[in-house]
Design a protein around this ligand. Sequence first.
Ligand SMILES: Cc1cc2nc3c(=O)[nH]c(=O)nc-3n(C[C@H](O)[C@H](O)[C@H](O)COP(=O)(O)OP(=O)(O)OC[C@H]3O[C@@H](n4cnc5c(N)ncnc54)[C@H](O)[C@@H]3O)c2cc1C
Length: 384
Amino acid sequence: MTQETILIVGAGLSGAVIGRELAQKGYRIEIVDSRAHIAGNCHTERDAATGVMVHVYGPHIFHTDDQEVWDYVNGFTTFMPYKNRVKTTSGGQVYSLPVNLHTINQFFGKTLRPDEARTFLESEADTSIADPQTFEEQALRFVGKGLYEAFFKGYTQKQWGCSPTALPASILKRLPVRFNYEDNYFFHKYQGMPANGYTEMIAGILDHPNITVRLTTDFRREAADGYSHIFYSGPLDGYFDYELGRLGYRTLDFERFTYDGDYQGCAVMNYGDVSVPYTRITEHKHFSPWEEHRGSVCYREFSRACEPGDIPYYPIRLVEEKAQLADYVARAEQEAGVTFVGRLGTYRYLDMDVTIREALDTARLYLARRAENAAMPTFLNPPL
Ligand SMILES: Cc1cc2nc3c(=O)[nH]c(=O)nc-3n(C[C@H](O)[C@H](O)[C@H](O)COP(=O)(O)OP(=O)(O)OC[C@H]3O[C@@H](n4cnc5c(N)ncnc54)[C@H](O)[C@@H]3O)c2cc1C
């Protein structure tokens, strides 16, 4: 058994999983988090008035093909079946998403079968665009003007705060349409929701005698001596006090409101029209369909550029940000004794299952490197 102490910055999924794995091997783990709660952006809490489990930083649906990750999370909580079925309001009608045969037939007022719909959409596509460069060109090339304007243009513009003509074609890699009636958003083998929310699950992961968690505690580099290693899941640019500028993020504002009854009949309703300022409304009780609540808690979700003091949600990762990121990565590589992990530490969008996979791999590599007396890399999963 070792008596070495490891500091972990962030009590989200990354920090909790790394901490747990190393605690089980006898390391003393100190975790600090600037927030007043554990679980990072996955944090859930019950609304006192209605009893609804609220996904405080926006809705989180667990989905994975990774058997080990699925077994891991099921070791700490009970997962309830959940399928993500999203609707969208566009041009005064409600449609099914992702765009599928039902959406196509409803939008064009037709009764097409799959092969007919394929042929029809090919006739809608703008084949004059030979080499699509922008998101808009790619979408027009794939689905044509009608579907693009109803389902992609406005939503994308609101989400990224710029015209789809300013976004690269690579964002829309494949034809974003299904020629059947499958409206389950994810194709993963396992999908579900933790019965009592993510925070309870992460509390279970952190529940080990070798782990100490200090909340409302900001990490300061000057106060980080004496640890055998640091795993940092805070923002990469924040670690260096933003000395090379701020990496670009989108942030979200949630306008919370309550309703007596069922507000919209589904968990997620997108709004495709640019005239509606929010991107979607989420009604949280529908994320726990096995529970019954009369009252309802909803979020109107607005997307905007992240300013100092805002919560960074989605890394932008366009050309400008990638150049700045390269400078931060080079700067980080000069640091000894710290590994940057998680969605903020590596400036990538990571689903929860990927976060857990990377955290498990990180802890294992640390143990292997310690056994060989070799140094731990600054990044296991390079941000670039
Ligand atoms: C709106 C939204 C919806 C999402 N929906 C899904 C979904 O449906 N399914 C899915 O699989 N994934 C989803 N995700 C992704 C999911 O949120 C991430 O996978 C997960 O949060 C990553 O965990 P993390 O520990 O790396 O980061 P975080 O959860 O962000 O945790 C980092 C922690 O570090 C703390 N911290 C930062 N800086 C400091 C500092 N200087 N000192 C001390 N503490 C610090 C923060 O307070 C935070 O608690 C969604 C993400 C967003 C933004």
